[in-house]
Design a protein around this ligand. Structure first.
Ligand SMILES: Nc1ncnc2c1ncn2[C@@H]1O[C@H](COP(=O)(O)OP(=O)(O)OP(=O)(O)O)[C@@H](O)[C@H]1O
Ligand SMILES: [Mg+2]
Length: 264
């Protein structure tokens, strides 16, 4: 039975969709069967990241009960995608997502759901459909305040956020320190992905960055995070990892704790 992972943040542009495609690439590299789902129904962009512009059947049709969920799943090299429609004004019931995904869960090792950057029913529906939720945040005060709000809402809805994916990190002194972010949000940082222009380049090629630049620092982080989610270890291929075995980074320790807590 697959595990459903929701990727959320109440702020736009932090990298949710980028992270969903990167995770798809990472799970593929780990040999897992993965489906990614566009849960951003009002402003979908998951398909756009992968050159799937106007698919015949979409999650909108499924939520409108005009198509079965299997009909709306499209193959992409390495994984499957359930895209949303860019060109519809149809009002749908996002809360049907959970039951529709339940129907196909056993076909996949992991299902990863992208979400809308707003506090609306779409985001709540993604939270309800997920077994585990992760928030994408950047290391600054405005984003952290929205992450705090997301954490509060997820907790109220019964699926607390399991951890933070810190993205677009410049490693500058003016950025909020990891410890401050963790203490404020009261959850662990499980991946730290640097700001990298190669991520923008991979987007121009419409490919996940974990496939386009498989051994970049960001890709190695997403690989380790993805492996942790399925109870596996990815030791990493880059030179940097050698030093990290001697002096582990904060997120290495957090992933280890998460792994031990969930899978041992
Ligand atoms: N680590 C990174 N380094 C550099 N650029 C990045 C990184 N992560 C994401 N980006 C870029 O930031 C932009 C926004 O990313 P993305 O579309 O994934 O955000 P989002 O949270 O899904 O936004 P929205 O809420 O509007 O859907 C994209 O151009 C993407 O390529
Ligand atoms: Mg997006």
């Amino acid at each position: 039975m697959g595990k459903t992972i929701g990727i959320v943040s109440l702020k736009g542009g932090v990298g949710k969709t980028t992270m969903v495609t990167a995770l798809a690439g990472a799970f593929f590299r780990l040999g897992k069967k993965v489906l990614i789902v566009d849960g951003n129904l009002s402003m979908p962009n998951l398909g756009l990241h992968l050159n799937i512009i106007d698919p015949k059947t979409t999650v909108h049709d499924v939520l409108n009960k005009e198509a079965g969920v299997k009909e709306a799943i499209h193959p992409y090299p390495g994984f499957d995608i359930l895209p949303a429609s860019l060109f519809t004004n149809a009002k749908v019931n996002p809360f049907l997502l959970k039951n529709n995904l339940r129907e196909i869960k056993r076909k996949y090792d992991v299902i990863v759901i992208d979400s809308s950057p707003a506090l609306n029913d779409e985001t709540l529906a993604v939270m309800l459909a997920s077994d585990e939720i992760f928030v994408v945040s950047t290391p600054d005060h405005p984003t952290m305040s929205t992450s705090l709000k997301a954490a509060k809402i997820a907790k109220q809805r019964g699926t607390p956020i399991s951890g933070i994916i810190l993205n677009k990190v410049h490693k500058k002194k003016f950025e909020l320190p990891l410890k401050t972010i963790e203490n404020t949000l009261e959850m662990p940082i499980l991946a730290v992905v640097p700001y990298d222009t190669n991520v923008l380049k991979s987007l121009s090629f419409m490919e996940p960055f974990t496939i386009h630049n498989p051994f970049s620092e960001g890709s190695e982080e997403v690989m380790k995070f993805a492996a942790m989610l399925v109870g596996e270890k990815y030791s990493g291929r880059s030179f940097m990892n050698f030093f990290r075995t001697i002096v582990p980074a904060k997120q290495d320790i957090n992933r280890e704790i998460f792994y031990e807590g969930f899978f041992k």
